[in-house]
Design a protein around this ligand. Structure first.
Ligand code: CO8
Length: 378
């Protein structure tokens, strides 16, 4: 067993998950999608018969579960997604004097995390709000969350694809390490259903909505049972395999402003092939730098994109298939919650480890960007 001697002097003292109660199963999703496919094919029957247009193909629950491990997803709204005429969630705009929806989700998760940490909103002096997609540019959602919690200090928003949450925790840990904060909250409200192309068979099943928050404090004042942050690591390498070109310049080219590239799209096969060796190497290098063998890590809280991908990454690290508890999956219940996934896995599967146990949280996301935190239970 390695001594894993270095430390950031900070600890994750609480975590909390929140999700909408509304669920869409794979079967429900495919049923609505396939109604739309049949209507489209009927509307273009002549072109399809003439061979000038490819017919759209139906989506199946069997494929979705086998290819991804996903069985259902929590969503902000079912009605719009399951309406074959619309296939966009209905999320009413809110007036400026009401809490923004992503800020509201963040506050729900942050309150749960603070309760576990034994802290109150007024203790919070730093908020990093990070998500793959943020609903607006300013004012920063993080400032709205700090205000709603009743804290005082500084706050910022950031986005780094599916590595947003791990980078937010890293920034929170660094702020505490530098003495800039004493009770930092890293919070990730992933409202993914708003940026999905629900008419794209290859990706319509992938994502679900959820928020997660973690409290980071100096290890010296951390409660027993919290997780000391021993070290962090991050890496970035430009890639267009996963993109979302939605942004404020869209309206400046009216001919293209509603094109499909203004929502999530990916080269799924290529991502799969790239990420398995890259993530395994990245995590392996983090562990090697800390003097820790992969087999000494009791738990890997990996980014939750695809069950097959996670199994392969853990297998490369351990030299054998992981057990369900060595690399827990939340995909069945939550689907891919973008950057929230590894932190949700941590929150759901961290209470049972004994003091001294090592765990590693890791993300891999669009960008591409990777991030990891080596943790030890206290
Ligand atoms: N229903 C039925 N059949 C389908 C469907 C569907 N919905 N979609 C595709 N098929 C069919 C295809 O038509 C094809 O059939 P055929 O061979 O007859 O043409 C067959 O299934 C196989 O199609 P694909 O090759 O497209 O399907 P895959 O097996 O590759 O599965 C996945 C698709 C699940 C998306 C897979 O490619 C995957 O998991 N890729 C990894 C990327 C990923 O998970 N992205 C999720 C979001 S991004 C994210 O979270 C970050 C990921 C990591 C970033 C890494 C940066 C370092």
């Amino acid at each position: 067993m390695s001594t894993a001697g270095s430390t950031t002097g900070t600890a994750i003292t609480g975590s909390g998950v929140w999700h909408p109660e509304t669920v869409i199963s794979n079967a429900e999703l495919c049923e609505a999608f396939n109604v739309w496919v049949r209507r489209e094919n009927a509307a273009h029957a002549a072109e399809i018969a003439a061979g000038t247009r490819e017919p759209l193909r139906e989506s199946t629950p069997e494929f979705i579960e086998k290819a991804s491990g996903i069985k259902q997803r929590y969503v902000a709204d079912r009605s719009g997604i399951l309406d074959p005429e619309r296939m966009i969630p209905n999320i009413p705009d809110r007036p400026d004097d009401q809490l923004a929806i992503q800020a509201e989700w963040a506050v729900h998760a942050a309150r749960r995390a603070l309760t576990q940490a034994g802290r109150e909103g007024k203790d919070v002096d730093y908020v990093v709000l990070a998500a793959s997609n943020l609903q607006r540019l300013y004012p920063a959602l993080a400032i709205e969350v700090l205000d709603a919690l009743g804290g005082a200090g500084s706050a910022l928003d950031m986005a780094l694809g599916c590595s947003s949450a791990t980078m937010a925790i890293t920034l929170a840990s660094e702020a505490v390490q530098l003495g800039k904060a004493r009770c930092a909250v890293a919070v990730t409200p992933e409202l993914t259903t708003g940026f999905i192309n629900w008419r794209d068979r290859d990706s319509h099943f992938i994502f679900g909505d959820a928020a997660v928050a973690l409290v980071v404090e100096p290890v010296a004042s951390a409660r027993p049972g919290s997780y000391e942050v021993l070290s962090t690591r991050s890496m970035a390498r430009f890639s267009s395999n996963i993109r979302n070109n939605g942004g404020f310049l869209n309206r400046c080219d009216p001919a293209r402003q509603f094109d499909a590239d203004k929502l999530f799209y990916q080269q799924g096969r290529r991502v799969f092939k790239d990420v398995v060796p890259l993530a395994a190497r990245f995590i392996g290098e983090h562990l090697a730098a800390a003097g820790v063998a992969a087999t000494d890590v009791a738990r890997f809280w990996l980014h939750q994109a695809n069950s097959n991908m996670n199994d392969l990454i853990a297998q490369r690290l351990l030299g054998r298939r992981p057990t369900a508890l060595e690399a827990p999956l939340i995909l069945e219940e939550f689907a891919n919650t973008a950057s929230a996934g590894s932190a949700i896995a941590f929150s759901k599967y961290s209470d049972d480890l004994p003091a001294g146990a090592l765990g590693l949280m890791a993300s891999f996301g669009a960008g591409c960007s990777l991030g990891s935190l080596l943790l030890r239970r206290r």
